[in-house]
Write a protein that binds this ligand. Sequence first.
Ligand code: PBG
Length: 328
Amino acid sequence: MNEFPIVRPRRLRRTASLRRMVTETRLDPAQFVLPVFVVPGHGIRNPISSMPGHNQLSVDGIVDLAKQAENAGVGGLIFFGIPADKDEIGSPGWDPAGPVPQAIAAVADAAPGLVRWADVCLCEYTSHGHCGPLKGDVVDNDATLPLLARAASVYADAGADVVAPSDMMDGRVAAIRAGLDESGHDDIALCSYAVKYSSAFYGPFRDAAESAPTFGDRRSYQMDPANAREARREAALDEGEGADMIMVKPAGPYQDIIRDLRDRTDLPLAAYQVSGEFSMVEAAAAQGWIDRDRVMIESLTGIVRSGADIVLTYFAVDAARALAGGSR
Ligand code: PBG
């Protein structure tokens, strides 16, 4: 075997043009999906203090943001709703006049080049903040399924291209797929948050979406961060139930899981760089401790290098612009 001094890996790192040619991982804004938070009303822009640069927006503001995202080349948006009212079962989640269906329809008109993803979960819509109706103090899995299917059909009616259930109820992929097919949406794709961990990295999101549980936590339905074999099982089940894409969430701390699933499934694989991952970068950058844009690109590169085809990220627009400006 050839060794030093014959072999010198530095030869291929010598110039920027060489490095650019031999790079193994290329980011493309088309693979980014920007999460947005929709509130009822008009002209509303509530800054989310834990997520600098992000706001709860009414539909008009979402339309402006969608146009910016489309111009930057971002692949799509994923919509989260903050309804005017909440109830025990989360019924505002399937109100066709709710903020999410309205925003989806408006973006379909104003920025048709974006892929429209609808997050499907009831936690933003229940008064107790859990992801489905309760039986005692636990979520009633089977009673939640038809409600999720109903919400998914409403989002598809509004113009969603992809519905993405994030609740972690067992059997939801099959229930939602059947509901979509029965309501004339057999052409609408389903991306399952198949592998969603019970993570402390969701903290800022729960402020943004006003979806923190009023009691307890989500450990009886979201996964234990310590488990990897279970991720394979969840992904295989959801693939079997008809998921068109699979998601891992959070992304950065779970890159071993992303790699493992990339090697096991032929479905497109998405990873969600969640609110806490974003906010930690912003906070350190605000202190002057890290170079924000470089850490942004490096964090996304790691997620894609580990095997994600699609990245849901709060950096979507800024990263798309940075890539256009030639930084990597
Ligand atoms: C549930 C949902 C959550 C996120 C996306 N969908 C939060 C949760 O499970 O509590 C988190 C996203 C993030 O932290 O950015 N509807």
